[in-house]
Structures are given as C-alpha cells and as structure tokens.
Design a protein around this ligand. Structure first.
Ligand code: ADP
Length: 345
C-alpha cells in the first residue's frame, strides 16, 4: 500500500518518509518533546511504535523531491488555536477569509478586496499561525516560502521558483501564499542578504506576479516580517501588500487564552492558576508562553514519570528559567514604526 502511494518518490524521499513517520509516532505519545534538545525518557520507549496513522501523517508532510519546491499544505490551525490578536484576526477574516469564501458577493457589490497583506511584529507572536488559520478557515490551500530560501537559489532559479509557486497557487486555488521574512527582500543598498541584483529581480518577479493576479481569482498573498522598516517600499504600493497589520505581544487576557490553548491536553493539578501566570508574563509572546508550558511539563516529568499532573510549582520553576523575548524598547520601536507606516499609508 505504501509502495503504491509513494509513486514518484526517489530513495531519499522514502528515507525521509520513514523518518517522518517515526517522528510522528514520537509526537503522538509526547507532543511537547523537543527532540533537538531532549531525549525520549526510557520509560516512554516501551510505548513507542510506528503505526499506519503515523505513515498517513508522514505522507502529508513529505512530498517527492520533484515537487518539493512547492509544498501545498492544508494547515490544521484554526482561529480557535490562536490566543489574543483579536484585531489582527478580525481584519484577516474580513480581508482574506470573506473574499476567498464568497467571491460572488464581492463581485456583485463591486468591492475589490486586497491581494496582499503584510503582518509585522516581533518573532513568535503568531504571524505564521494567522496566515495558516486564514487558509484553513477559508478552506483554501496554503503555500509557504521563506525569502531567504528564494534568495539562495542559483542564477535565474529564484524567478523560476516564484513563477512556479504562483502557477501552482492558481492551479490549486483558492490558495493563500505565505512569504515569511519578507524583509530580506530589501533593495540593493539596504544590506539585504542576497546579491543585490538577485534581490531586485526577485522583488520584481513577485511584484509582476502580484500585479498579474486578478482580483478575486482566489489567490491571496500574505507576507510576514519582524523588520517592516527594512522592506522595499515598492512592495507596499497599492495593489501589492497594501494591508498592513501589526501583530504584537498579547495582553493579559490574550496570554490567559494562549496558556489555556497550550495546556489543553496537559493534565493540570488543581492549584494551577493560569490567570496569575498570565498576569506575570508581560511581553511574553505566544511562542514564549508555549515554551513556558513545555518547560513546566518537563519539570513535572523530571519529578517522576508517574506524577501524572503538572503543578503550579512546575510553572513557577519554568518561570524562573524563562523570560519575555520582547523588551520594552522593542515594543517602543514597533510603536514608532507603526506610526510611520500609518502616516505613510
Ligand atoms: P511568528 O510567525 O510570528 O514568528 P509563529 O506563528 O510561528 O510566530 O508562532 C510560533 C509558535 O508559537 C506557534 O506555532 C504557536 O505554538 C505559538 N504561538 C505564537 N503566537 C501564538 C498565539 N497568539 N496563540 C497561540 N499560540 C501562539
């Protein structure tokens, strides 16, 4: 069955598939384990075996190398999996989800929805999550790419890759295309990471592709950046990334919600007070909070594998080990950038 379903896979793809299936099995029994830093506790090894569902998961993730360049995904993240970010998500629902779901209504009313959205803010605040949720909730496909990957191609390859990406997006429309690290596509002088000429050609190709997208042909582009002040202004002109959305650190209520999301499948002792944790984690990003929960889980695990519950003391210990990745200065900087971008618009 697996041999039949892996048509077009070369040897290396099949090796990747089995490795991915093994990882799926590990994630299934220990969802929070970070294999880069931790080993599987020996107590858990007995429970570890790879089954059909793990291969199913792996088949979705591993694509044959001939097609690997453009990975079409159907994300499994919805609005409910995102804490805080109410304004950002409602703007995206209106701007992306509605037109993708109801293009005919937009046509009838003669409204032209935006083609490009730019999410900006500190790393780990949920920009990628938001883009995925848009795709998922609009029942659209999701194609993600990183600018640094595009820039590292051989001469002429980047443009071809971008063209393939947009072509594939149209093929499987409705589609959300997600460009991460869009700030690395800065103009020649700006000290971007690619060769100046390459960067310029890449930007021009993206712009040409975006200009060529017909409104309501069901392809939407979402870009993300931590450094919006470095972006090539050509990308921000009307008809391109013309909707700018700030994605900042969550407020107390948002943090409370994010903690609830990430502790959903974690057995918590009755003394765990998420509200108090939310109040004491100012400027923590979603990713920081996720890390906090993971550390608390590991602390509980260290106390004893049969512990079965994560206690408030585990969270306290984890709080000692971590801190917010965003500083007050960084927030001020983003505030200033926000003001500039608003006044330019
Ligand atoms: P960004 O793209 O802004 O750098 P990501 O969306 O990749 O950040 O977030 C990294 C991880 O942190 C997510 O996979 C998720 O587990 C967690 N996370 C970040 N923000 C949130 C949020 N608002 N709600 C829930 N989880 C979050």
């Amino acid at each position: 069955e697996l041999a039949r379903r892996t048509y077009g896979f070369v040897g290396a793809d099949l090796a990747a598939l089995t490795r991915e299936a093994a990882l799926e099995a590990v994630r299934r029994i220990m969802p929070k384990l970070n294999l880069a830093e931790e080993t599987i506790p020996t107590e858990m090894l007995d429970q570890l075996s790879v089954d059909t569902s793990d291969f199913e998961g792996a088949l979705k993730r591993v694509q044959p190398s001939a097609m690997r360049e453009v990975m079409v995904q159907v994300p499994n993240v919805g609005w409910d999996d995102i804490g805080g970010l109410d304004e950002a998500s409602s703007r995206l629902r209106e701007g992306v989800e509605l037109p993708l779901k109801h293009p005919e209504a937009f046509r009838r009313l003669g409204i032209r929805p935006a083609k490009g959205f730019l999410l900006y803010g500190p790393p780990g605040t949920g920009k990628t999550l938001l883009a995925k949720a848009c795709a998922r909730e609009a029942q659209a496909n999701f194609i993600a790419t990183k600018s640094s990957d595009l820039l590292s191609k051989w001469y002429g390859e980047s443009e071809q890759q971008i063209a393939r990406l947009f072509a594939r997006a149209r093929q499987v429309a409705p589609t959300v295309i997600f460009f991460d690290e869009i700030d690395s596509l800065v103009p020649a002088r700006g000290g971007g990471m690619g060769e100046p000429q390459v960067t310029e050609r890449v930007v021009n190709t993206i712009l040409a592709e975006m200009d060529g997208l017909e409104e309501l042909n069901s392809v939407v582009v979402i870009g993300a950046t931590n450094r919006p002040n470095l972006i090539d202004p050509a990308l921000l002109r009307p008809g391109r990334f013309d909707e700018l959305i700030y994605v900042g650190t969550p407020d107390t209520a948002g943090r409370r919600r994010i903690l609830a999301i990430h502790t959903e499948s974690m057995p918590l002792a009755s003394d765990v007070d998420l509200e108090s944790l939310a109040q004491r984690t100012e400027r923590f990003t979603g990713a920081d909070l996720e890390d906090l929960v993971r550390r608390a889980g590991l602390t509980a695990l260290r106390r004893g594998i049969d512990e079965g519950q994560v206690a408030m003391s585990d969270f306290e210990a984890a709080l000692h080990e971590t801190r917010a990745s965003v500083t007050a200065e960084m927030e001020e900087d983003y505030q200033r950038i926000q003001d500039t971008l608003k006044s330019d618009a």
